[in-house]
Design a protein around this ligand. Structure first.
Ligand SMILES: C[S@@+](CC[C@H](N)C(=O)[O-])C[C@H]1O[C@@H](n2cnc3c(N)ncnc32)[C@H](O)[C@@H]1O
Length: 223
């Protein structure tokens, strides 16, 4: 599905979020740890917008973008080349079975990708394994808004409007899948518990844009 929607992915992202997706990714980058002496791994990198935002703020940091969908990795690679970004590596792979040795990354980001992961605990165990002790995990994801009124409006937009606009430009089932997958995503307390169980400390969840998106962060214990 992600391979099929990749050509229109960026365009629809910016259109359907009214451009607010840039702001969400900026907030993710702002929350990166101060020490980025080891590379940053961006899982479910898609077309690479998170990695590009990281390189804009921290030009010397090594970024590795990993995604399951081959066409997404090709588009990501094209964007990296056209921007002349160095030390930005792109590869195809599975977030649940990361092709890296232990303790390799200063930070691991995953934006709008965790919801698509088949086994949350398995992925979190992998994220924990590849981070250095003291390394930070940052999960940016859609959520149910905290306000009831806004929640109703949000559900109307997500379920009735967004899939129709998506269908005009891309695979219609992909944009029906989006609200469904958000509905099935673990609520804030459950996500916090999953992250703690995987070995993360200092777990916190920040609501962005009235809670329509959350930024969950946690730090791997320093042993
Ligand atoms: C909604 S896109 C998010 C892309 C990008 N992070 C962004 O902010 O725009 C979700 C991405 O997750 C990828 N994905 C889904 N399951 C995955 C997995 N198990 N491992 C790696 N990537 C995965 C998809 O191929 C897709 O590119």
């Amino acid at each position: 599905m992600f391979d099929d929607i990749s050509p229109r992915y960026d365009f629809l992202n910016h259109l359907l979020s009214f451009g607010v997706d840039y702001y969400w990714r900026r907030r993710l980058v702002n929350a990166l740890p101060a020490d980025l002496s080891r590379p940053v791994l961006d899982v479910a990198a898609g077309t690479g917008d998170v990695g590009i935002a990281i390189k804009k703020r921290h030009p010397n940091v090594v970024v590795v973008g990993l995604d399951y969908a081959f066409r997404m990795t090709c588009l990501c690679q094209t964007k990296v080349r056209s921007r002349g970004l160095e030390d930005f590596f792109v590869l195809q792979g599975d977030g649940e079975a990361l092709p890296f040795p232990d303790h390799r990354f200063s930070a691991l980001t995953i934006a709008f990708g965790f919801r698509n992961i088949g086994h949350y605990s398995r992925a979190l165990a992998e994220f924990h394994r590849v981070l250095v002790p003291g390394g930070k995990l940052l999960i940016l994801e859609f959520a149910e808004p905290t306000s009831k009124t806004l929640g109703a409006l949000y559900r109307f937009y997500f379920k009735r409007i967004l899939p129709r606009i998506g269908a005009l430009f891309s695979r219609s089932d992909a944009y029906r899948y989006l609200p469904e997958s958000v509905e099935h995503f673990p609520p804030r307390a459950e996500l916090t518990a999953l992250m703690r169980t995987a070995g993360f400390n200092e777990v916190s969840i920040e609501n962005l844009t009235f809670g329509t998106v959350t930024l969950a962060t946690g730090v791997k214990k320093r042993t």
